[in-house]
Design a protein around this ligand. Structure first.
Ligand SMILES: NC(=O)c1ccc[n+]([C@@H]2O[C@H](COP(=O)([O-])OP(=O)(O)OC[C@H]3O[C@@H](n4cnc5c(N)ncnc54)[C@H](OP(=O)(O)O)[C@@H]3O)[C@@H](O)[C@H]2O)c1
Length: 243
Protein backbone atom coordinates (compact mmCIF):
# COMPACT_ATOMS: atom_id res chain seq x y z
CA UNK A 1 0.00 0.00 0.00
CA UNK A 2 1.16 3.53 -0.78
CA UNK A 3 -0.71 6.23 1.10
CA UNK A 4 -0.58 9.98 0.61
CA UNK A 5 -1.74 11.81 3.73
CA UNK A 6 -2.34 15.55 3.79
CA UNK A 7 -1.78 17.63 6.90
CA UNK A 8 0.58 14.93 8.14
CA UNK A 9 2.95 17.36 9.83
CA UNK A 10 1.45 16.72 13.26
CA UNK A 11 -1.68 15.81 15.18
CA UNK A 12 -4.06 13.33 13.67
CA UNK A 13 -2.28 13.29 10.29
CA UNK A 14 0.98 12.23 11.93
CA UNK A 15 -0.81 9.52 13.95
CA UNK A 16 -2.42 8.21 10.74
CA UNK A 17 0.96 8.20 9.00
CA UNK A 18 2.58 6.28 11.86
CA UNK A 19 -0.23 3.72 11.98
CA UNK A 20 -0.35 3.17 8.22
CA UNK A 21 3.41 2.72 8.06
CA UNK A 22 3.20 0.31 10.98
CA UNK A 23 0.79 -1.77 8.87
CA UNK A 24 3.32 -1.86 6.03
CA UNK A 25 2.25 1.09 3.90
CA UNK A 26 4.77 3.34 2.22
CA UNK A 27 3.66 6.70 3.52
CA UNK A 28 3.91 10.02 1.73
CA UNK A 29 3.55 12.57 4.50
CA UNK A 30 2.50 15.91 3.06
CA UNK A 31 1.95 19.23 4.73
CA UNK A 32 2.03 22.91 3.89
CA UNK A 33 5.04 23.04 6.22
CA UNK A 34 7.66 20.74 4.69
CA UNK A 35 9.78 20.66 7.84
CA UNK A 36 6.86 19.24 9.82
CA UNK A 37 6.19 16.65 7.09
CA UNK A 38 9.89 15.72 7.20
CA UNK A 39 9.69 15.29 10.96
CA UNK A 40 6.77 12.87 10.50
CA UNK A 41 8.71 10.93 7.86
CA UNK A 42 11.70 10.81 10.21
CA UNK A 43 9.53 9.45 13.05
CA UNK A 44 8.02 6.82 10.74
CA UNK A 45 11.47 5.68 9.66
CA UNK A 46 12.75 5.71 13.22
CA UNK A 47 9.90 3.31 14.04
CA UNK A 48 10.98 1.02 11.19
CA UNK A 49 8.53 2.21 8.51
CA UNK A 50 8.98 3.70 5.05
CA UNK A 51 8.09 7.33 4.41
CA UNK A 52 8.67 10.30 2.15
CA UNK A 53 7.95 13.95 2.88
CA UNK A 54 6.44 16.28 0.30
CA UNK A 55 5.18 19.86 0.57
CA UNK A 56 1.67 20.67 -0.57
CA UNK A 57 -0.79 23.51 -0.32
CA UNK A 58 -4.07 21.67 -0.77
CA UNK A 59 -5.87 24.82 -1.89
CA UNK A 60 -3.67 25.11 -4.97
CA UNK A 61 -4.23 22.71 -7.90
CA UNK A 62 -0.67 23.23 -9.22
CA UNK A 63 0.83 22.46 -5.82
CA UNK A 64 -1.42 19.41 -5.44
CA UNK A 65 -0.46 18.10 -8.89
CA UNK A 66 3.22 18.58 -8.14
CA UNK A 67 2.87 16.82 -4.78
CA UNK A 68 1.11 13.83 -6.31
CA UNK A 69 3.76 13.64 -9.04
CA UNK A 70 6.52 13.74 -6.41
CA UNK A 71 4.72 11.08 -4.37
CA UNK A 72 4.41 8.72 -7.33
CA UNK A 73 8.03 9.29 -8.31
CA UNK A 74 9.14 8.44 -4.78
CA UNK A 75 6.72 5.70 -3.81
CA UNK A 76 4.84 4.49 -6.89
CA UNK A 77 1.10 4.63 -7.71
CA UNK A 78 -1.16 5.46 -4.78
CA UNK A 79 -3.47 2.98 -3.13
CA UNK A 80 -4.86 5.50 -0.66
CA UNK A 81 -5.36 9.23 -0.33
CA UNK A 82 -6.21 10.55 3.14
CA UNK A 83 -7.51 14.12 3.07
CA UNK A 84 -6.76 15.25 6.60
CA UNK A 85 -5.41 18.80 6.14
CA UNK A 86 -7.61 21.52 7.52
CA UNK A 87 -7.78 24.89 9.14
CA UNK A 88 -8.36 23.72 12.68
CA UNK A 89 -5.47 24.80 14.91
CA UNK A 90 -5.58 28.39 13.68
CA UNK A 91 -9.34 28.81 13.28
CA UNK A 92 -10.85 31.97 14.70
CA UNK A 93 -14.07 30.96 16.42
CA UNK A 94 -16.82 33.57 16.45
CA UNK A 95 -20.61 33.95 16.36
CA UNK A 96 -21.90 33.43 12.82
CA UNK A 97 -22.46 37.15 12.24
CA UNK A 98 -18.96 38.10 13.37
CA UNK A 99 -17.02 35.72 11.12
CA UNK A 100 -15.27 37.77 8.45
CA UNK A 101 -15.56 36.92 4.78
CA UNK A 102 -11.78 36.43 4.65
CA UNK A 103 -11.90 33.93 7.52
CA UNK A 104 -14.89 32.12 5.99
CA UNK A 105 -13.05 31.81 2.67
CA UNK A 106 -9.78 30.74 4.32
CA UNK A 107 -11.52 27.88 6.11
CA UNK A 108 -13.52 26.80 3.06
CA UNK A 109 -10.46 26.91 0.81
CA UNK A 110 -8.48 24.43 2.89
CA UNK A 111 -11.22 22.29 4.43
CA UNK A 112 -13.55 21.87 1.46
CA UNK A 113 -11.76 22.96 -1.69
CA UNK A 114 -8.67 21.08 -0.45
CA UNK A 115 -10.10 17.53 -0.55
CA UNK A 116 -11.63 18.21 -3.97
CA UNK A 117 -8.36 19.64 -5.33
CA UNK A 118 -6.47 16.62 -3.97
CA UNK A 119 -8.98 14.17 -5.45
CA UNK A 120 -8.60 15.79 -8.85
CA UNK A 121 -4.80 15.77 -8.56
CA UNK A 122 -4.71 12.12 -7.43
CA UNK A 123 -7.31 10.81 -9.91
CA UNK A 124 -4.88 9.17 -12.30
CA UNK A 125 -2.28 8.28 -9.68
CA UNK A 126 -4.80 6.30 -7.61
CA UNK A 127 -4.84 2.63 -8.50
CA UNK A 128 -8.14 1.00 -9.39
CA UNK A 129 -9.49 -0.56 -6.20
CA UNK A 130 -7.89 2.23 -4.18
CA UNK A 131 -9.26 4.31 -1.34
CA UNK A 132 -9.98 7.91 -0.48
CA UNK A 133 -10.65 8.78 3.15
CA UNK A 134 -11.77 12.31 3.96
CA UNK A 135 -11.54 13.63 7.50
CA UNK A 136 -14.77 15.43 8.39
CA UNK A 137 -15.87 16.21 11.95
CA UNK A 138 -18.54 15.19 14.43
CA UNK A 139 -19.27 18.92 14.83
CA UNK A 140 -21.41 18.49 11.70
CA UNK A 141 -23.87 16.55 13.86
CA UNK A 142 -23.61 18.66 17.02
CA UNK A 143 -23.73 21.96 15.12
CA UNK A 144 -21.18 23.48 17.46
CA UNK A 145 -21.81 27.16 18.09
CA UNK A 146 -19.21 29.69 16.91
CA UNK A 147 -17.86 27.31 14.31
CA UNK A 148 -20.21 28.09 11.39
CA UNK A 149 -17.43 28.19 8.81
CA UNK A 150 -15.69 25.08 10.14
CA UNK A 151 -18.88 23.04 10.55
CA UNK A 152 -20.19 24.06 7.11
CA UNK A 153 -16.86 23.11 5.54
CA UNK A 154 -16.89 19.70 7.23
CA UNK A 155 -20.52 19.12 6.21
CA UNK A 156 -19.39 19.91 2.68
CA UNK A 157 -16.76 17.21 3.00
CA UNK A 158 -19.52 14.66 3.64
CA UNK A 159 -21.39 15.78 0.52
CA UNK A 160 -18.21 15.70 -1.54
CA UNK A 161 -17.48 12.21 -0.23
CA UNK A 162 -20.83 10.96 -1.55
CA UNK A 163 -20.35 12.46 -5.00
CA UNK A 164 -16.79 11.16 -5.29
CA UNK A 165 -17.99 7.71 -4.19
CA UNK A 166 -20.29 7.61 -7.24
CA UNK A 167 -17.74 9.02 -9.64
CA UNK A 168 -14.79 6.85 -8.51
CA UNK A 169 -17.00 3.79 -7.96
CA UNK A 170 -16.70 2.33 -11.47
CA UNK A 171 -12.95 1.96 -10.84
CA UNK A 172 -13.53 0.08 -7.60
CA UNK A 173 -12.19 3.07 -5.65
CA UNK A 174 -14.10 3.69 -2.43
CA UNK A 175 -14.53 7.15 -0.93
CA UNK A 176 -15.55 7.48 2.70
CA UNK A 177 -15.35 10.02 5.49
CA UNK A 178 -14.34 9.75 9.13
CA UNK A 179 -15.95 12.25 11.50
CA UNK A 180 -13.88 12.42 14.68
CA UNK A 181 -15.22 13.87 17.87
CA UNK A 182 -13.04 16.14 19.97
CA UNK A 183 -9.57 14.64 20.00
CA UNK A 184 -6.58 15.62 22.10
CA UNK A 185 -4.16 16.83 19.47
CA UNK A 186 -1.78 19.72 20.04
CA UNK A 187 -4.19 21.87 18.06
CA UNK A 188 -7.07 21.01 20.39
CA UNK A 189 -5.08 22.02 23.46
CA UNK A 190 -4.52 25.39 21.80
CA UNK A 191 -8.21 25.84 20.99
CA UNK A 192 -10.15 24.61 24.01
CA UNK A 193 -9.70 25.41 27.66
CA UNK A 194 -9.81 22.35 29.92
CA UNK A 195 -9.26 20.19 26.84
CA UNK A 196 -8.57 17.08 28.90
CA UNK A 197 -12.07 17.05 30.36
CA UNK A 198 -13.93 18.61 27.40
CA UNK A 199 -17.00 16.56 26.45
CA UNK A 200 -15.98 13.60 28.59
CA UNK A 201 -19.22 13.60 30.58
CA UNK A 202 -21.25 13.40 27.34
CA UNK A 203 -19.26 10.48 26.00
CA UNK A 204 -20.61 6.96 26.47
CA UNK A 205 -17.07 5.80 27.11
CA UNK A 206 -16.41 8.59 29.63
CA UNK A 207 -12.96 9.41 28.37
CA UNK A 208 -11.26 11.74 25.90
CA UNK A 209 -9.99 10.66 22.50
CA UNK A 210 -6.32 10.42 21.70
CA UNK A 211 -5.34 10.58 17.99
CA UNK A 212 -4.74 6.82 18.16
CA UNK A 213 -8.46 6.35 18.91
CA UNK A 214 -9.32 7.79 15.50
CA UNK A 215 -6.77 6.02 13.32
CA UNK A 216 -8.46 2.60 13.46
CA UNK A 217 -11.42 3.87 11.43
CA UNK A 218 -9.06 5.44 8.89
CA UNK A 219 -7.02 2.25 8.60
CA UNK A 220 -10.19 0.23 8.05
CA UNK A 221 -11.62 2.54 5.39
CA UNK A 222 -8.20 2.82 3.70
CA UNK A 223 -7.59 -0.91 3.84
CA UNK A 224 -8.64 -4.09 2.03
CA UNK A 225 -11.53 -5.08 4.33
CA UNK A 226 -13.84 -2.16 3.48
CA UNK A 227 -14.15 -2.67 -0.26
CA UNK A 228 -17.97 -2.71 -0.34
CA UNK A 229 -18.39 0.42 1.79
CA UNK A 230 -18.45 3.72 -0.03
CA UNK A 231 -19.97 7.17 0.33
CA UNK A 232 -20.33 6.66 4.09
CA UNK A 233 -19.32 8.69 7.11
CA UNK A 234 -18.07 6.92 10.21
CA UNK A 235 -18.43 8.94 13.42
CA UNK A 236 -15.65 8.19 15.89
CA UNK A 237 -16.51 10.09 19.07
CA UNK A 238 -16.63 7.63 21.94
CA UNK A 239 -20.42 7.64 21.77
CA UNK A 240 -21.11 11.33 22.32
CA UNK A 241 -23.77 11.36 19.62
CA UNK A 242 -25.68 8.54 18.00
CA UNK A 243 -26.28 9.33 14.35
N1 LIG B 1 -8.53 17.39 16.87
C1 LIG B 1 -9.86 17.30 16.87
O1 LIG B 1 -10.54 17.38 17.92
C2 LIG B 1 -10.59 17.09 15.58
C3 LIG B 1 -11.95 16.72 15.64
C4 LIG B 1 -12.64 16.52 14.45
C5 LIG B 1 -11.99 16.64 13.25
N2 LIG B 1 -10.66 16.99 13.22
C6 LIG B 1 -10.02 17.10 11.93
O2 LIG B 1 -8.89 16.23 11.93
C7 LIG B 1 -7.89 16.77 11.08
C8 LIG B 1 -6.58 16.91 11.85
O3 LIG B 1 -6.78 17.73 12.98
P1 LIG B 1 -5.62 18.03 14.04
O4 LIG B 1 -6.26 18.13 15.36
O5 LIG B 1 -4.48 17.10 13.82
O6 LIG B 1 -5.25 19.53 13.60
P2 LIG B 1 -3.98 20.20 12.94
O7 LIG B 1 -2.75 19.80 13.70
O8 LIG B 1 -4.27 21.64 12.80
O9 LIG B 1 -3.88 19.49 11.52
C9 LIG B 1 -4.16 20.12 10.32
C10 LIG B 1 -2.94 20.03 9.43
O10 LIG B 1 -3.28 20.59 8.16
C11 LIG B 1 -2.20 21.41 7.74
N3 LIG B 1 -2.62 22.41 6.77
C12 LIG B 1 -3.27 23.58 7.01
N4 LIG B 1 -3.46 24.24 5.85
C13 LIG B 1 -2.94 23.47 4.87
C14 LIG B 1 -2.84 23.61 3.47
N5 LIG B 1 -3.32 24.69 2.82
N6 LIG B 1 -2.24 22.63 2.75
C15 LIG B 1 -1.73 21.55 3.39
N7 LIG B 1 -1.78 21.35 4.72
C16 LIG B 1 -2.39 22.31 5.45
C17 LIG B 1 -1.70 22.03 9.02
O11 LIG B 1 -0.41 22.54 8.83
P3 LIG B 1 0.14 23.77 9.71
O12 LIG B 1 -0.11 23.41 11.14
O13 LIG B 1 1.58 23.81 9.35
O14 LIG B 1 -0.66 24.95 9.29
C18 LIG B 1 -1.77 20.85 9.99
O15 LIG B 1 -0.56 20.09 9.92
C19 LIG B 1 -8.45 18.07 10.53
O16 LIG B 1 -9.11 17.81 9.31
C20 LIG B 1 -9.46 18.46 11.59
O17 LIG B 1 -10.45 19.34 11.08
C21 LIG B 1 -9.95 17.21 14.36
Amino acid sequence: MTALITGAGGGLGRAIAMAMADRGAVVVATDIDLDRARETARLVEEAGGRAHAVAVDVTDPASAAAAVQAAVAAAGPLTALVNNAAIYATIRRAPFDEITVDEWDRVMAVNLRGPWVMAVAARDALQDGGRIVNISSATVYSGSAQWAHYVASKAGVIGLTRVLAREFGPRGITVNAVAPGFTLTEASYGLIEDADSYGVARSALHRSAQPEDIVGAVLYLAGPDSGYITGQTLVVDGGRQFI
